[in-house]
Design a protein around this ligand. Structure first.
Ligand code: C2E
Ligand code: MG
Ligand code: MG
Length: 432
């Protein structure tokens, strides 16, 4: 039964719409009565810019104009302002199609100009909004709904067709999957349960495997495999990549310490450009080397140009200092970034790794072939060694040799493998 407290309606003082507290109370009350209804979320995306450009009073007047529009749109729907730039229409009754129609109308309205009067001055403003349609679900709590809204806003550009995003089963499943992945990553960081695989790299001149790249592997608690291509970008977004990289570095150092006779000259670890700028970076590497009685000359660090975005002078200083200690750097995924090539190549890399996408053009056309050949020449003239990544076929191996690429990493020779498999592999290859 409704209590008078649950019925108390509170309002947003700026727009006069019902506020966030009332929104969640209304949803709860309707759900208790078996009405789940539909929600249309209007996330204003440029309110800050509008406030800066026209002044806060104009921004406020725009909000009131949008609020008045939403209020008058549909007698069956109630409008709310639930956060600074977040407005909502809740339609307790009616079909999904009716709510979709409403969302479409709102989206269309945002393609037009809003005229606002502020102290006698008329301003014509274009406002932008993400319009997202949610059918409410039986079990949605307040937090579920907020999670869905936040998720929908972040994926809006990727997924919204026709300008309105529909938060249906597919998006809900995506969100649940991402949540699951992040929970597994957090668990693996806390318990250091990541595994490290190693992919041997073939040296064309020596005709044997002289190095390997360490690659992280995450097996979830239910036994399923989550690929680094999926979770590493998420870990970067969620501030977990630093912790992950140090776990990998320690596990690699431990492995190298326990296997002093491993017939490899070097093993590389993937890190980020931001980490290199961390004042504790060199100290932490040295502490790991000391802990496992290593001198560092076997360790290499891979960074991608994507993650070196600032402070090249400082990055160079750290690279030079580590290089003096025998720890050299690889530029990973060359050919995928859009950064300034000359700045990138001014850094003291030992090796440039040509990304698989770049390698693929090598056999596509004659022009592709010439491009790789030219790039390899430039790298060699500048004393860089070149690794070809993602080599899968005998034809690609042949082209790599023809273009004088120095080393080959790819499924053609070896896939990433566990520590034990690596030892067996190197033994069998007569590398020892
Ligand atoms: P990456 O550093 O460029 O690593 C090479 C990736 O290419 C690996 O994917 C490897 O398995 C894959 N690869 C090697 N040869 C072939 C081939 O012939 N064909 C194809 N299709 N793929 C090949 P993986 O292990 O899935 O890792 C993907 C990316 O995730 C890595 O790209 C790296 O950016 C990131 N990553 C992996 N391990 C770590 C880590 O320990 N730390 C960090 N920060 N990132 C990591
Ligand atoms: Mg790499
Ligand atoms: Mg790469």
């Amino acid at each position: 039964m409704d209590t008078s407290k649950a019925n108390a309606i509170t309002y947003d003082s700026m727009t006069g719409l019902r506020d966030r507290m009332t929104f969640f109370a209304d949803i709860k009350r309707n759900a208790a009565a078996g009405r789940f209804g539909q929600i249309v979320l209007i996330q204003l995306t440029q309110l800050m810019r509008i406030n800066r450009k026209y002044g806060v009073p104009v921004g406020d007047a725009l909000l009131r104009a949008i609020a008045a529009y939403l209020k008058g749109l549909d007698v069956e729907a109630v409008a709310y302002r639930i956060a600074n730039s977040r407005l909502v229409l809740f339609r307790p009754e009616g079909t999904r199609e009716q709510a979709a129609g409403l969302a479409g109308d709102i989206q269309a309205r945002f393609r037009e100009i809003w005229s606002v009067d502020q102290e006698g001055q008329r301003q014509e403003i274009m406002a932008r909004a993400h319009v997202i349609h949610f059918p409410l679900r039986l079990k949605d709590t307040e937090n579920d709904l907020l999670d869905k809204m936040n998720y929908a806003v972040t994926v809006f550009h990727e997924k919204a067709s026709e300008g309105v995003l529909f938060f249906g089963d597919e998006l809900n499943a995506d969100m649940q999957h991402k949540k699951y992945v992040m929970e597994e990553v957090r668990y693996a960081v806390e318990n250091k349960t990541f595994q490290i695989y190693y992919q041997p790299i073939y040296d064309c001149r020596e005709g044997r495997f002289t190095s390997a790249e360490s690659l992280i592997r995450l097996f979830a608690r239910d036994g399923s495999f989550i690929s680094p291509g999926e979770f590493i970008p998420m870990a970067e977004e969620n501030g977990l990549i630093d912790g992950i990289s140090w776990i990998v570095l320690e596990k690699v150092c431990c492995f190298l310490g326990e296997h002093p006779d491993l017939p490899l000259k070097t093993v590389s670890v993937n890190m980020t450009g931001q980490q290199v700028l961390d004042p504790t970076f060199i100290g932490r590497i040295e502490a790991n080397l000391e802990k496992y009685h290593l001198d560092g000359s076997h360790l290499r660090i891979e960074i991608t140009e994507r993650t070196v975005t600032e402070d090249f002078a400082e990055v160079r200083k750290v690279m030079e200092e580590l290089s003096r200690k025998g720890i050299h750097f690889y530029l990973d995924d060359f050919g995928t970034g859009y950064s300034n090539l000359s700045s990138m190549l001014s850094l003291p890399f030992e090796v440039i790794k040509f990304d698989q996408s770049l390698i693929q053009i090598m056999n596509d056309t004659e022009k592709g072939q010439k491009t790789i050949s030219l790039l390899a020449d430039i790298m060699h003239e500048n004393n860089y060694c070149v690794v070809a990544e993602g080599i899968e076929t005998a034809v690609q191996v042949e082209s790599a040799h023809e273009n004088s690429l120095d080393r080959i990493q790819g499924f053609y020779y070896a896939k990433p493998m566990s520590e034990e498999a690596l030892e067996r592999f190197l033994g069998q290859e007569g590398n020892a």
